[in-house]
Design a protein around this ligand. Structure first.
Ligand SMILES: O=P(O)(O)O[C@H]1O[C@H](CO)[C@@H](O[C@H]2O[C@H](CO)[C@@H](O)[C@H](O)[C@H]2O)[C@H](O)[C@H]1O
Length: 663
């Protein structure tokens, strides 16, 4: 410790686990750093945030500004994808202290002769510290210094003190003595935009044969792209595309024995044709996969690949690397489980294997293999059943070379485990949204995601359904119920997705009463979907995605605010762009059967308006416009017509010619 250091720096924000893990942002974001900074006595302090992009040699400094109660803040912009680092330093600023005190003394008309000599000495220190100071400024300081040391009249001397030029020049050339600096460098992972704003559509390629007669292929997926594009999705997520094992293959409805010709679960990876780096022969060949990536890209769609680190008994690794699996005393291998679910057709990898280094390398190489083929988004199956240290290592290794890669964690498990995976580097995470139905459940859960420390590292991705989950709500939902869940997913979270055909075609028969699995699940059989079914929700889904793309407010999750509405069947919330130029107010009825109404409270001041202002709300779903005034307004939703309002709030703009319009 250097005993001359007097400044304390604490509570640096944002940070995750005291800086053990990075905070997350996307390119173009401005990061706001704050810290509690104080010292003994009454001296004035100066502080700055030092920051740099990983490869930069030099640190840049952002001057911190005092806020209140020893809190200081500064901000800087993140203009590259990759890792940034920052830390905070502060020191007692003797010039600023001198300046503040001498002004008080002048005011009180007390003797300041000695203070002026001290001022002259401070100027001397600045001149010595900054030898390269611009000549003009150095000359100015020397002139003032001479005055302070001269017999010039009092008025002349204080004229220089009061003249802002001295203050401005000295602050520009600070003398940083006995600087306290936090030793830790806090990390920020800066991702590309899609990390925080993405719309996912999940489809099984093998079900895309247009006539439903054969196994679908990558070519069929290419032909399906216009549909995905029409619906407005930008990520097309495909369950595993690898060879499927024959041994222990599962049959229809999760039967533990498959009948001849049944295709098996795509997650039972590996067969005689290869493992995680091979393609299921009935889907096509590698060139066709590359063609799919290319064609999708032309339409602004990215292909997300499923990474499921597990092996069917026929996977080459089972023979080539028996040491990567756990052997039971009788020599057999234990199949995988995610209690109470049993996955009899796969073996889990043993992360305690003595050969763990080679195992880790091989798994990393699976990602790199597909990245080389053009995949930049991975949905990772069950990451919570693999070593967390492996994920931390693998993701950071991959991101060193490929900082634009996005990883979605499919971990439906305990909250702390889900959060740990996000801290290890997963870009986005599945959530409990799927089961949050009531107003209380939604508000509590969203407040946890948006207003707790989790917001710094956990990016939620909301799914109303998945091939594994047909939630009870959807099992009994009518059309309004589906639209309600779609709206909540698409407007509460800036990342959302649907397990496509089953959602828009409102497939909702459970495997058995009380089960949340789909009857005749696509996981075990090839489906023949009628995408042109007149009851399809495709039009409203397309509109929802269009609204998301046209309104930057919906492209973030952090600005979410719930608003009071005096009816528990109605939920009301808003999102806004950082500059408040785009404000979206959403009202959803949670009762898909009866009409509900209520008075909502929209706190205008928080959105840059006056509490009595009149403004327009434009329902982006129905097209209706309403003129509202003040903070309390009435809404009514008949789910038979439409269970949601997605209002764009148009503020009144006053022009110079006294002509008002709504922006
Ligand atoms: O355990 P989760 O609910 O998170 O589900 C994920 O992982 C499962 C195992 O990979 C996967 O399960 C599917 O594939 C298994 C292996 O073929 C099969 O035994 C299961 O019956 C089938 O559901 C699930 O789809 C995935 O989301």
């Amino acid at each position: 410790m250097n005993g001359q250091q007097r400044v304390f720096i604490e509570n640096i924000q944002p940070q995750v686990n005291c800086g053990d893990f990075p905070v997350k942002r996307v390119i173009g974001d401005t990061i706001k750093v704050s810290a509690d900074i104080y010292c003994d006595s009454h001296d004035v302090l100066s502080a700055e945030v030092l920051h740099k992009f990983k490869v930069d040699k030099e640190w840049k400094a952002a001057e911190m500004e005092f806020v209140i109660n020893d809190k200081w803040k500064a901000e800087f912009t993140l203009d590259s994808i990759g890792s940034y680092f920052y830390t905070v330093r502060a020191w007692v600023d003797h010039f600023k202290s001198w300046h503040r005190d001498i002004l008080k003394k002048i005011d009180a008309q007390v003797d300041i002769d000695v203070d002026l000599q001290i001022g002259a000495n401070l100027i001397q220190e600045a001149l010595e510290e900054h030898e390269t100071m611009a000549e003009k400024e150095a000359a100015f300081l020397k002139k003032v210094q001479k005055e302070f040391n001269s017999d010039a009249v009092w008025e002349k001397k204080i004229g220089s003190v009061l003249d802002g030029k001295l203050y401005r020049t000295m602050v520009k050339y600070p003398v940083k003595q006995h600087v306290s600096q936090i030793e830790k460098n806090y990390e920020i992972t800066v991702d590309r935009k899609r990390a925080s704003f993405s719309s996912w559509y999940e489809v099984f390629p093998r079900s895309l044969n247009p006539y439903g007669e054969k196994h679908g292929t990558f070519k069929d997926v290419i032909d399906f792209l216009p549909y995905v594009s029409e619906l407005g999705f930008d990520v097309l997520y495909l369950p595993p595309v690898h060879p499927i094992g024959e041994t222990k293959r599962k049959g229809k409805n999760n039967s533990v024995t498959a009948q001849p010709g049944e295709p098996g679960s795509p997650w039972a990876i590996g067969g005689k044709e290869g493992g995680h780096k091979s393609i299921h022969p009935q889907l096509g060949i590698m060139d066709e996969f590359s063609e799919l990536i290319k064609k999708a890209e032309e339409k602004g769609i990215e292909i997300a690949m499923d990474i499921a680190f597990q092996c069917s008994p026929d996977h080459p690794w089972v023979k080539e690397h028996p040491e990567w699996f756990r052997h039971r005393p009788d020599g057999s291998l234990q199949y995988a489980e995610n209690p109470p679910k049993k996955y009899e057709d796969i073996y889990p990898l043993n992360f305690e294997s003595d050969d763990w280094k080679n195992l880790w390398e091989e798994l990393k190489s699976v990602f790199l293999f597909w990245i080389d083929k053009g995949v930049k988004i991975f949905r990772v199956d069950n990451p919570h059943t693999k070593s967390f240290n492996f994920w931390g290592w693998a993701i950071s290794e991959i991101k060193k070379e490929h900082p634009d890669v996005i990883f979605l964690a499919e971990a439906f498990t305990r909250p702390k485990v889900m959060y740990n995976l996000a801290k290890q580097g997963f870009t986005q995470s599945y959530t409990y949204f799927t089961w949050r139905n009531s107003k209380y459940e939604l508000e509590t859960y969203l407040n946890e995601l948006v207003n707790s420390k989790a917001r710094e590292f956990f990016r939620p991705n909301f799914w109303p359904n998945t091939p594994d989950i047909l939630p009870e709500f959807l099992q009994v939902a009518n059309r309004a119920g589906y639209i309600q869940r779609l709206t909540l997913a698409a407007t509460l979270s800036s990342n959302y997705g649907i397990y496509g055909p089953a959602f828009e075609l409102m497939e909702n028969e459970p495997a058995a009463p009380g089960k949340e699995e789909y009857l005749n699940s696509e996981k075990y059989e090839i489906k023949n979907w009628n995408f042109d079914d007149p009851k399809s929700l495709r039009k409203i889904i397309a509109r929802m995605n269009q609204i998301r793309h046209e309104n930057t407010a919906l492209q973030n999750t952090h600005s979410l605010k719930f608003h009071k509405i005096d009816n528990d069947a109605l939920v009301c919330y808003s999102k806004a762009s950082d500059d408040l130029s785009n404000i979206i107010l959403v009202v959803v009825t949670l009762d898909p059967h009866h009409t509900h109404s209520g008075w909502l409270h929209f706190p205008l001041k928080e959105f840059g308006m006056h509490e009595h202002d009149s403004y327009q709300v434009h329902d982006l779903i129905s097209g209706a416009h309403f003129l509202w005034s003040g903070e309390h307004n009435f809404v009514e939703l008949d789910p038979g017509v439409m269970p949601v309002h997605i209002f764009k709030v148009r503020k009144k703009v006053r022009t110079e010619r006294d002509f008002d319009y709504f922006m």
